[in-house]
Design a protein around this ligand. Structure first.
Ligand SMILES: Cc1ncc(COP(=O)(O)O)c(C=O)c1O
Length: 492
């Protein structure tokens, strides 16, 4: 029997609850799951009043007690609250982590493996914070206090004034003057020689990746990904119908020999050669060559995620992979999320010549470039030397914050703290539940990331705690470290 759809007049998000009476899952659980989904998706916002048990039960053709059991289970999990005569409402403050059952549904792990591997909460939940301010140790957000907001506001206002007189996006690749400024910057900062017509402006790494996956026709094919590696990338590939093949990372970066054994004819390899995410190692010269050799032999593409660009805290950043011999096989994706701020929503692709036409078509039909005002602001920011200055300044801030954190941890007798990009990793013995620790720490507003969540499902995940350094406050770091260490002791 197919699930029966029952229409309720109760509330639009409850208007099509599907109940499968043949499912081993109880009807009350199915109702609870539907409501939970609607809450998490925002379709039922905080404070929304739900229909009474009686009304919803009548609409769904179930017993009143069934709806009551569904409501009670959500009340127990603090997703709903009973407000007496005011009825049952969606809680004003939702729990910080996605509920486990919804999360395993979202990640399609019917056996719950992903949920188990991350302490029952699934990988995505570990990267979601219910705070619009960066929390202590949060990864992925540049130093908020270093963002030149006044200058940016002025440039952006000018951008709005100029673009208000323009017809709109004339070139799907973005403004020619921004692409020209970027080409000059990349030549100096990343050793990458390209012409402006090879550059496409995007809204960040993810939108660039989506276009590239389409352009090289990856759906249904294998793509090497780093293990450990950025979980968002793995999920992006899966949702684009690509089969990610996790390839181990060691002290030299991705293990190309292992990739050749596991998926010799993969369509692509998606790598972070500049500073591997999250381990921080740069791809060694030998591995660079091995990767390029493989791409040439197998006619595969290398997708270079250059998320940290020249933000290298030790010595000089290595040139981009797309800068050297074999650049014709490398698609370089850059973003300003880490070097400036995620909120400006800008990134870019540098396409090898052979892919420019195809990517430009993708941009025409599927991805409008970011608005002209923000592109004009960035053009002026780069052209007038502010970007170089900002990078120099933030590199210095991050170096100081990382040393401060390492010194503080050392004083607290933490044996090993490995610097990795804009983070510090505290390796933990196997068996240490780093995902549980991360969730507990989050309750104390300490946004550490568990290393195990960066490993692919089914691989031998290592345990560890990753601390982002970008938003550390010197006046708080000692107290935050003590708090974290107390939590770690109670978890081990
Ligand atoms: C490995 C990696 N790639 C890319 C990004 C940036 O993604 P986006 O530009 O879509 O914000 C991040 C941000 O945290 C990252 O860690």
């Amino acid at each position: 029997m197919t699930p029966e759809s029952v229409t309720t007049k109760a509330h639009p998000p409850l208007a099509a609850i599907s109940l499968d009476r043949n499912s081993p899952r109880a009807l009350s659980e199915q109702i609870a799951l539907h409501i939970e989904r609607a809450i998490i998706s925002g379709a039922l916002p905080a404070g929304t009043r739900l229909p009474s048990w009686r009304d919803l039960a009548t609409q769904l053709g179930v017993a009143r007690g069934t709806v009551r059991a569904a409501y009670d289970s959500l009340i127990d999990r603090h997703l709903l609250c009973a407000a007496g005569a005011a009825g049952t409402r969606v809680a004003e403050r939702l729990p910080t982590a996605l509920p486990a059952c919804l999360d395993s549904q979202l990640h399609g792990s019917s056996d719950g493996t992903a949920a188990r591997a991350t302490g029952g909460y699934g990988p995505l939940a570990l990267f979601q914070y219910k705070s619009d301010r960066p929390l202590a140790f949060q990864m992925g957000i540049p130093a908020q206090d270093a963002f030149p907001a006044t200058l940016w506001a002025r440039l952006h206002r000018q951008g709005v004034q100029v673009s208000a007189l323009q017809a709109g996006a004339m070139d799907p690749r973005g403004l020619p003057e921004l692409r020209a400024a970027l080409a000059s910057h990349l030549a100096l900062a990343r050793g990458l020689t390209c012409t402006p017509d090879q550059i496409l402006i995007t809204t960040g790494f993810r939108s660039g990746l989506a276009m590239v996956l389409r352009a090289i026709d990856c759906a249904g094919k294998q793509v090497w990904v780093e293990d450990p590696g950025f979980p968002v990338t793995r999920m992006a590939l899966e949702s684009a119908g690509v089969h990610p093949v996790p390839v181990a990372v060691d002290h030299e970066g991705i293990d190309v020999a292992q990739g050749r054994v596991m998926a010799p004819a993969a369509a692509s390899a998606l790598v972070t050669p500049g500073q591997q995410a999250p381990m921080g190692v740069s791809l060694s010269p030998a591995r660079r060559k091995a990767l390029i050799d493989w791409a040439r032999e197998s006619h595969s593409w290398i997708i270079e995620d250059d998320y940290l660009a020249e933000l290298h805290l030790e010595g000089r950043a290595l040139p981009a992979l797309a800068s050297g011999d074999g650049a014709d096989r490398v698609i370089h994706i850059g973003t300003f999320s880490k070097t400036l701020a995620p909120m400006i929503g800008l990134g870019f692709i540098v396409a090898p010549r052979g892919l420019v036409k195809r990517l430009t078509e993708m941009a025409w039909w599927l991805a409008t470039p970011p608005n002209n005002a923000v592109q004009i602001a960035l053009t002026r920011f780069m052209r007038d030397g502010h970007y170089f200055r900002h990078l120099r300044r933030t590199r210095q801030i991050y170096t100081e914050r990382r040393s401060l954190l390492c010194d503080t941890l050392q004083r607290c007798n933490v044996p090993v703290a490995l610097g990795a990009g804009l983070s510090v990793i505290l390796p933990q013995p196997s068996g240490f539940d780093d995902a549980r620790l991360a969730l507990q720490a989050r309750e104390a507003l300490l946004a550490v990331s568990p290393l195990s969540a960066w490993f692919a499902k089914g691989s031998r995940a290592r345990s560890g705690i990753i601390l982002g350094v970008a938003n550390i406050r010197s006046e708080r770091v000692e107290a935050d470290c003590h708090h974290l260490l107390t939590l770690m002791r109670s978890t081990s």
